[in-house]
Design a protein around this ligand. Structure first.
Ligand code: FAD
Length: 334
């Protein structure tokens, strides 16, 4: 029997997992604007420049990691923390927080393992520009050609879905407004990984964790991999971007002393500049985690909007991206 065609827009973890769940039932293609899969997941030299943590209550992502045969590593938190204050650096013993874990080899391992199990082709560097509802299905126009499908699942962050793609007929006004008001989770973030010859902070009884109102890094954590000693930090929302590497080195010297003066390597990714993640509105830092979750379809239910921001539970997180995929599976397997 001929399977119906399903086109998935976006090869982030939500799009890849949706394809994985539905591949026995639909004839699937995935189109991806970037030259790589993973979306907000990006691992360089084993370091995650996008997401890195999962938590014990997140059953979808933990289940997936285990079913793909991947290993978790506990986030290193042993020892004291540092507070980078205007009065000087203060050392303190932090209260316990929910333990987090990272994936051995980085989250790229999850993406690679999922991709290896996919039958569906992923068409990279293919940017969706316009979608049109036709009698026989949906026509999807990209910069590389035109596709037709019975169903389309968009995993784009909602602001991008409304700002970068045209719809014929257009999305209803209330949906356009709703999507414009949904921030892209971590779209404002800049993450920096700093490698050293050794994890000297551990030897000094420090966990590597520091927080700062002075910046440029607002919070810092241990990011050692099996092969490399490293710290990672998120840029403070008020941090100036000029001369940023020198500023980060000066902050590390202030916090951790001479041993931090000469990092081996520094990797910095400013997600506000990633046009397939963030919109202009997303550059504004968020005060709190937004209340995510929506159930929106268009073209008589044949175009379904998904992705992590659509998840009612754990929206914004990797867990939410998988929960969104599970919801699509339930909707398209009725
Ligand atoms: C710095 C940072 C740190 C984070 N830390 C954590 C963490 O520790 N734990 C956690 O759980 N979550 C974290 N997150 C959030 C996590 O990354 C997301 O929840 C998850 O990756 C979202 O997956 P997704 O597939 O829904 O969306 P995305 O990964 O954004 O996928 C959408 C895809 O659509 C593609 N696309 C965009 N426009 C088009 C177009 N016009 N045509 C075709 N394709 C298009 C994009 O290139 C992208 O691949 C972090 C995010 C960032 C940026």
């Amino acid at each position: 029997m001929n399977k119906e065609k399903l086109l998935i827009i976006g090869a982030g973890i939500s799009g890849l997992y949706t394809a994985y769940l539905l591949q026995e039932h639909y004839d699937i293609r995935i189109v991806e604007a970037r030259e790589r899969v993973g979306g907000r997941i990006l691992t360089v030299q084993g370091h995650d420049l996008g997401p890195s943590w999962v938590w014990g209550h997140q059953k979808h992502i933990l289940g997936l990691i285990s079913s793909l045969g991947l290993e978790l590593v506990e986030q290193y938190t042993q020892g004291d923390s540092l507070y980078d204050s205007p009065e000087g650096v203060q050392r303190f013993n932090p209260p316990a927080s929910a333990p987090s874990e990272r994936i051995k080899g980085g989250l790229r391992e999850v993406v690679n393992a999922l991709e290896m199990r996919l039958k569906a082709p992923v068409l990279l560097e293919t940017v969706v520009l316009r979608m049109l509802q036709k009698e026989q299905g949906i026509v999807v126009e990209t910069d590389k050609g035109v596709f037709e499908a019975a169903y389309v699942v968009s995993t784009l962050p909602p602001r991008l879905a409304v700002q970068s793609i045209a719809y014929v007929p257009d999305l209803p006004e209330p949906v356009q407004t709703q999507f414009q008001n949904i921030p892209t989770w971590m779209g404002y973030a800049s993450k920096c990984v700093i490698e050293f010859d050794e994890a000297f902070w551990r030897k000094e009884g420090l966990s590597g964790f520091a927080f700062s109102h002075l910046g440029p890094l607002g919070e810092i954590h241990d990011a050692c991999t099996e092969e490399r000693a490293a710290l990672f930090g998120f840029l403070h929302s008020q941090a100036k971007r000029e001369n940023i590497e020198a500023e980060i080195k000066a902050q590390l010297l202030r916090l951790y002393g001479e041993k931090a003066a000469k990092p081996k390597n520094m990797y910095l990714l400013d997600w506000t500049k990633e046009k397939y993640t963030s919109t202009r509105l997303d550059a504004l830092p968020l005060r709190a985690h937004p209340h995510y979750g929506f159930d929106v379809t268009h073209f008589d239910g044949k175009l379904i909007f998904s992705g992590t921001e659509s998840a009612f539970q754990e929206g914004g997180y990797l867990e939410g991206a998988l929960e969104a995929a599970k919801r699509i599976e339930a909707e398209l397997l009725v």
